[in-house]
Design a protein around this ligand. Structure first.
Ligand code: NAD
Ligand code: DAU
Length: 331
């Protein structure tokens, strides 16, 4: 099987490629990645000799068409992925997330190639803090940010291409991932690397917002399960019952790193900040038999802290610029 992985130099994509090469020797992997600020070939250094790498943009129709004509399946991770950036400049989000997805869909349609679309729980908007409800495959779309609205638009394109053109696609909407190789602009790695760099963690607002954490390896094992056994046209929600408020996560990071759990700063809240995400993944569990391996968040977080401590060279060079950008936004 020849598989094209878009965004394979990013956080989730690089973990997907590394895990696939390690666990599935019969799969030939090609990565298509534009190496934006969020992509790094260093994240793929262990598979340099086993996976093909193409630097290019998913909006480049000729390149996409050629690569897809040589593939049996596409797993589409490439995206502009950070909410804060989408508030500062939504343009690249429309271009990559909407036009990029459209470009891939036209090519898989042309060549009859199997397609899996990686999306987010943020397309559903947010839940109240005291609401027992979780997102299901039937929750209406109600995205809040430029990022989540472009992901919602891309999901809609996939559904339409399945129905109108018979494209062989599945979709998944996952909750917040954590683990190695996550860009240090994101919440958990930002706080870990702040502490490692001698700075204080930064919490938006009061920190009551809840995210439903899943280890990146569990996200990717679910993607493989859907790719192999999912029903064409279906959407699967991926989550590991990991709801925690941001304040608790910051305090846990500080504690695990041997610091005073109150040693953090409250900073300006994000505009339109979604309150709570929570995933009901019972369809994936009951119909496809998927289960997460990382059921203890504290242990997964400790392993993630250890990874950033042991791999300073992976993130150090970018740290000053990321913090300067946040500082200019009061965050
Ligand atoms: P990321 O920002 O770490 O990586 C994105 C990758 O896409 C980078 O390597 C970047 O260079 C590449 N890319 C960006 N624009 C491109 C373009 N035009 N052409 C080719 N490559 C391009 O993102 P991530 O956190 O790994 O997220 C991957 C996917 O998973 C995204 O679709 C995101 O919406 C989805 N998702 C993320 C999470 C999460 O918690 N991070 C949760 C659910 C879903
Ligand atoms: O739910 C899935 C989504 O999770 C993905 O689709 C996105 O690509 C991914 O970035 C993530 O979105 P969030 O906006 O939830 O993640 P982020 O890491 O930016 O923030 C997590 C929470 O932490 C959020 O409530 C904002 C807060 N936060 C974030 C940063 C960067 C802070 O309190 N302080 C910070 O410094």
């Amino acid at each position: 099987m020849r598989i094209l992985v878009t965004g394979g130099a990013g956080f989730i994509g690089s973990n997907f490629v590394n895990d696939t090469v390690r666990d599935r020797p019969g799969i030939e992997v090609t990565v298509l990645d534009a190496l934006t600020y969020a992509g790094s070939q260093t994240s793929l250094s262990s598979v340099r000799d086993s996976a093909n790498f193409v630097e290019g943009d998913i909006t480049d129709a000729d390149l996409v068409n050629t690569l897809i004509s040589e593939s049996d399946a596409v797993v589409h991770f490439a995206a502009e992925s950070h909410n804060d950036n989408s508030l500062a400049d939504p343009g690249p989000f429309v271009q990559t997330n909407v036009i990029g997805t459209y470009t891939l869909l036209q090519a898989v349609r042309e060549h009859g190639v199997r397609y899996h679309h990686v999306s987010t729980d943020e397309v559903y908007g947010d839940l109240e803090l005291d609401d027992p409800a979780k997102f299901t495959e039937h929750t209406p779309y109600n995205p809040s940010s430029p990022y989540s609205s472009t992901k919602a638009a891309s999901d809609m394109l996939v559904r339409a291409w399945v129905r109108s053109f018979g494209v062989q696609a599945t979709l998944s909407n996952c909750s917040n991932n954590y683990g190695p190789y996550q860009h240090i602009e994101k919440f958990i790695p930002r706080q870990i690397t702040n502490i490692l760099a001698g700075a204080r963690p930064k919490l938006y607002g009061a920190g009551k917002n809840v995210r439903d954490w899943i280890h990146v390896e569990d996200h990717n094992s679910a993607v493989w399960r859907i790719l192999e056994s999912g029903e064409i046209g279906r959407t699967y929600l991926i989550g590991a019952d990991g709801e925690l408020d941001n304040l608790s996560v910051v305090r846990m990071i500080l504690e695990l790193m041997g610091k005073d759990p109150d040693d953090f700063d409250h900073v300006t809240d994000r505009a339109g900040h979604d309150l709570r995400y929570a995933i009901d993944s019972s369809t994936l569990r009951n119909e496809l038999g998927w289960r997460p391996r990382y059921t203890n968040f504290r242990e997964g977080l400790q392993a993630t802290i250890d990874w950033y401590r042991d791999n300073c060279s992976w993130w150090e060079d970018g740290k000053v610029a990321v913090e300067a950008r946040y500082q200019s936004q009061g965050a």
